[in-house]
Design a protein around this ligand. Structure first.
Ligand code: AHM
Ligand code: MG
Length: 335
């Protein structure tokens, strides 16, 4: 074979999300292939949501749905549509025991362990959905846990520390549709090729630059941040930092994953425990970022070690480049 062709074939192979997961499962002699069924459901849901998001204005499904979710937040029409899409995709997979969504008050038991339920899938179907009104990016975030067949209470089943996740990921609906995922062996980036209808692997083993002087925070709330965060921001102002804030967690974190920096959502007057939800926002983001060499903290604690006690629990979040998070921790560790 022509050497140029040979190197191209081996370095630029076309690898879909599905084939990537099947290849990972093949490394484990005892894997039954269950996990690839979940990934294919999430991939299908992501494609359906991406399609809806692109057509939302044309189809007149932007704006409030007219209801509130369990956390008292106005549901957008697209929140409800994205939730239904994911439930329909995941509900058809015979190995899922429990699903839990930001939009639903309680987790739903689909089947018991004795009926084949092996995994729990937790998700925020459309994070940052108010961005859609201004044609801004939004995302889906998901976390996968192994089912506990001895636990009959659905909420207790899913209330597990993030270090027990078997996989986590997000989909960013931006100028392109990006899917970022980890199964605990690094963080991989896929992009949806709309012509093929497949997520294609574009970068395996993402690594966050350890240092990048860009912070991402809703600075309008600065007066209600703890003093330590105010001091940290003053330090950034004096140290040549720049600021970027999209207001959609997935988009802000994706920028940091690709180019470095730090995202912070501290405790505020409106959200004394932080705004972001532990189980289906903070934990999956934490696993993705740690697997890419970054750090993720909730107060003084590693986010993945926080023991949850309820499904919609909130935590403060500080996530991104390892050295940037360490710097911020030096200010806030005493809180
Ligand atoms: P949501 O789940 O209701 O969409 O809220 C989560 C979003 C995150 O995407 C984003 O980081 C944050 O809320 C922005 O909050 P704020 O508008 O207070 O800055
Ligand atoms: Mg959300």
């Amino acid at each position: 074979m022509n050497p140029k062709r040979q190197s191209h074939v081996f370095t630029d192979n076309l690898n879909s999300l599905q084939s990537h997961i099947l290849a990972e499962e093949a490394r484990h002699p005892h894997a039954a292939g269950d996990f690839s069924w979940i990934v294919s459901a999430i991939g299908l849901g992501a494609k359906a949501i991406a399609n809806k998001v692109r057509r939302a204005r044309l189809e007149g499904v932007l704006g409030d749905f007219g209801t509130s979710n369990v956390q008292g937040e106005q549901q957008q029409s697209m929140d409800v549509i994205a939730n239904e899409i994911l439930i329909r995709c995941l509900g058809s997979r015979a190995n899922i025991a429990v699903i839990a969504s930001e939009e639903d008050e309680e987790p739903t038991i689909l089947r018991k362990g004795s009926e084949g339920g092996k995994y729990c899938v937790l998700f925020d179907p459309l994070d940052g959905s108010s961005n859609l009104d201004v044609c801004g990016p939004v995302g889906t975030i998901f976390s996968v846990l192994r089912n506990n067949p001895d636990e009959s209470d659905a909420e207790r089943t899913v209330c597990r520390a993030g270090c027990h996740q078997v996989a986590a990921g997000y989909i960013l609906y931006g100028p392109s549709t990006a899917l970022v995922m980890t199964t605990g062996r690094g963080t991989d980036l896929f992009e949806l090729d709309p012509y093929l209808g497949s997520f294609i692997l574009v970068k395996a083993g993402l690594q966050i630059p350890p240092r990048h002087k860009v912070y991402s925070i809703n600075e309008a709330y600065v007066d209600s941040f703890p003093k330590s965060y105010q001091d940290y921001l003053l330090h950034c102002h004096k140290s040549g930092y720049s600021s970027r804030y999209i207001g959609a967690l997935v988009a802000d974190v994706h920028r940091i994953l690709m180019s470095g920096g730090i995202f912070l959502y501290p405790p505020t007057a409106a959200h004394p425990n932080g705004k972001l939800r532990l189980l289906y926002e903070a934990n999956p983001i934490a696993m993705i970022v740690e697997q890419a060499g970054g750090r993720c903290m909730s107060g003084p604690c590693r986010t993945l070690d926080v023991q949850p006690n309820k499904l919609h629990q909130r935590v403060p979040l500080m996530v991104g480049s390892s050295l940037e998070v360490e710097d911020a921790m030096r200010f806030t560790a005493q809180d």
